[in-house]
Design a protein around this ligand. Structure first.
Ligand code: NAP
Length: 323
């Protein structure tokens, strides 16, 4: 079958490790099912995989992609949940120490077909296209859990989203606005700040700019480059929820004194459960909220999408389709 895969790693030139071509059909263990992929979306995770971060050499060649929507074996329209937990695990899948994401241990979603445990498929409502549904399993689910589960945010509260252009960040802005929050966002890029206003931010700022007032919560995916600004932007007792560190994991100062003196809460967040994916799907279906798509490309042109993400020129999700 056709697939987009990694057959080597390159820290400096990840696209040189990217391959497009034929791969064997996926193994389907007992209790698993095959989804015929209609659309798959790109995440920063896929670039990390090509750099050899989070993917072992012994696992190569590995089909990339965490996110897909398509048809199950009975022809039902489904969204794939990308967190693969151990068969013996019950409860919150994100706490399973043996969990992996599609494309880490098991072959990923950028292919004609993907195999997943039966409990990893969630019904897709008619109100979402396959392209829109394929945006949800990683970036949008991560944003949903950050805001409403780990962040526990309620309508009327204020939230700052760092790095407005990212896949997770655009999901955070859109979901926060639809959930009744006051939304502030930062970006290094003036055009991205203007787009952030269009998709729901109430106010936008240059990265690192002083805010007019302190916020209840900050959503962090940028890491070292914005960490100190995130802490400085919180009201006493505020919460920073962090799910990524694109610019690096080691800020100049962790500002421990600020954390204890202002009684700030620092909470990690990773992906979400299949129940939360179903809740997110229902949230979008009920509110009419749509994932923001930067571009849709045939899967055979996936290299262009990877290049766009690597150069930082995307705003929203990059989606690959199979006809
Ligand atoms: N824990 C999880 O479950 C989970 C799930 C999904 C993603 N993640 C992580 O979250 C992060 C974002 O993922 P994504 O797919 O949304 O990536 P992305 O689309 O590439 O977004 C990254 C954003 O970070 C900002 N940024 C990057 N370098 C920066 C710098 N030096 N200074 C300021 N801002 C910078 C940029 O915002 P501007 O250009 O607007 O400034 C950019 O749009 C990644 O680290 C990813 O691994 C984690």
């Amino acid at each position: 079958m056709f697939a987009v895969y990694a057959d080597s790693f390159s820290k400096t030139d990840p696209l040189s490790a990217l391959q497009l071509g034929e791969r064997p059909d996926p193994d389907v263990p007992d209790g698993w099912t095959t989804v015929t992929v209609k659309a798959a979306s790109l995440n920063h995770h896929d670039l990390f995989s090509l750099r050899g971060v989070g993917l072992r050499e012994e696992a190569l060649p590995m089909i990339l992609g965490c996110d897909a929507a398509g048809l199950d074996e009975d022809g039902n329209e489904v969204v794939v949940h990308a967190v693969i937990s151990d068969p013996s695990w019950s409860g919150d899948e994100t706490f399973d120490p043996k969990r992996s994401l599609l494309s880490e241990r098991y072959q990923g979603a950028m292919a004609a077909k993907v195999a997943v445990p039966r409990r990893n498929v969630v019904p897709k409502p008619a109100s979402l296209s396959f392209e829109e549904a394929a945006c949800l399993p990683t970036a949008w689910l991560t944003a949903y859990r950050m805001l409403f589960v780990q962040g526990g945010l309620k309508p009327g509260q204020t939230v700052l989203v760092q790095g407005a252009g990212g896949g997770v960040a655009t999901a955070l802005i859109t979901l926060a606005r639809a959930g009744g929050l006051q939304v502030l966002a930062t970006s290094r890029d003036e055009r991205k700040r203007a787009r952030a206003l269009e998709i729901g931010a109430h106010q936008v700022f240059e990265t690192g700019a002083r805010l007019p007032e302190r916020v209840d919560a900050v959503m962090e995916t940028v890491g070292a480059a914005t960490w100190n600004h995130s802490l400085r932007s919180l009201r006493p007792g505020g919460i920073v929820v962090i799910s990524g560190a694109t610019s690096g994991p080691n800020p100049d100062s962790t500002e421990l004194n600020r954390i204890f003196f202002l009684q700030l809460r620092v909470v990690g967040s990773t992906m979400g459960t299949s129940t939360e994916l179903a809740q997110l799907v229902s949230f979008l279906d009920a509110t009419g909220t749509k994932p923001l798509i930067d571009r849709v490309l045939p899967m055979a042109e996936a290299r262009d999408g990877f290049a766009a993400m690597e150069s930082g020129e995307v705003f929203g999700k990059v989606v690959f389709t199979r006809s």
